[in-house]
Design a binder for this molecule. Structure first.
Ligand code: GRG
Length: 295
């Protein structure tokens, strides 16, 4: 089976579970809030983070069944970051996942609350993940909180905001990318691996894989902001230039940024060598697939 088909089929199963876990659209006390949450989460999206979570679990001898609620938590939290990132006080965007952004449809206040509720629901989903001999719910929750709080994901977004209109060094750009993009990708593989009672060595290898993959993912995202179209990408383009946002791509040019993304992907690939090759084929294929992605 090719990687695109595998990704698509895993996305379908993740979406079915998300539909069960999230409050119904018409649930009390506020149907507009639940409608806004579902609008953004079921708007499409590549579902890369759930896939990484499930495949990391499998790489450590675990299963999709055990990792699925962690995968749903990752996608739910990711969707909150997208809603908040699109707000007028952040990136101020009208288009996301090929649709008008949450605040364009539901208003700014309701979009803020939909993001908040998705963030909270994500931790509720994580609390359902089965425990094993090495890891329990307190470990899962602490891990997601660590990587998505002010020291990593939100911290990266804060640095990004501060950097607008300024010239940044490559090191500063790397810090932003590590926080706003790579941290959640690291959380995805680490939580999947933890659901499979991964050893310290397996966890370390997968963390390095996810860090390099996350940095490469953001480099490609920056390049697509320059080279793609809203129709293909499902979101506005040219935003980084509009916001005078320094990206690695604007600093070194498209060719050098692509070469760096290639090098990071190769390094991600190599870090998996401590795991059994037959269990990591999908993760290796995914890294190449993401390098060539067009949206
Ligand atoms: C707390 C205000 C606030 C915001 C949340 C980190 C963050 C904090 C927001 C950043 C969101 C963002 C746009 C990060 C960049 C990561 C990235 C490339 C996201 C797009 O991910 P894809 O391509 O999107 O996987 P789909 O739609 O396919 O899920």
């Amino acid at each position: 089976m090719d990687i695109a088909t595998k990704l698509h089929e895993t996305a379908e199963r993740t979406e079915r579970r998300l539909a069960e876990l999230l409050p119904a659209e018409d649930a009390a006390p506020c149907s507009a809030l639940h409608s806004a949450m579902r609008y953004s989460i079921f708007a499409g999206g590549k579902r890369i983070r759930p896939f990484l979570c499930i495949e990391a679990a499998k790489a450590c001898g675990g299963s999709e069944m055990v990792a699925l609620d962690a995968a749903c938590a990752l996608e739910t939290l990711h969707t909150y970051t997208l809603i908040h990132d699109d707000l007028p006080c952040m990136d101020d965007d009208d288009l996301r996942r090929g649709r008008p952004t949450c605040h364009k449809v539901y208003g700014e206040g309701m979009a803020v609350l939909a993001g908040d509720a998705l963030l909270t629901e994500a931790f509720g989903m994580l609390a359902r993940v089965p425990e094993n001999a090495l890891y329990g719910v307190k470990n899962y929750v602490a891990e997601l909180a660590r990587l998505t709080g002010s020291l990593h994901l939100v911290g990266g977004q804060a640095l990004d905001l501060e950097g607008e209109g300024r010239t940044l060094t490559p090191e500063e750009i790397r810090s932003i990318y590590l926080g706003k993009t790579a941290a959640l990708i690291m959380a995805a593989v680490r939580l999947g691996a933890m659901s499979a009672a991964a050893s310290a060595e397996e966890l370390e290898a997968l963390t390095i894989y996810a860090c390099d993959l996350g940095l490469a993912f953001q480099l490609i995202d920056d390049m697509l902001d320059v080279t793609s179209s809203p129709e293909v990408l499902g979101k506005s383009i040219g935003k980084d230039a509009r916001d005078q946002k320094a990206t690695y791509c604007s600093l070194v040019g498209l060719d050098a940024a692509r070469a760096e993304a290639r090098s990071l992907t190769a390094s991600a690939f190599d870090s998996l060598s401590v795991l059994p090759a037959e269990r990591t084929a999908t993760l290796r294929a995914l890294s190449s697939y993401l390098l060539e992605r067009e949206y």
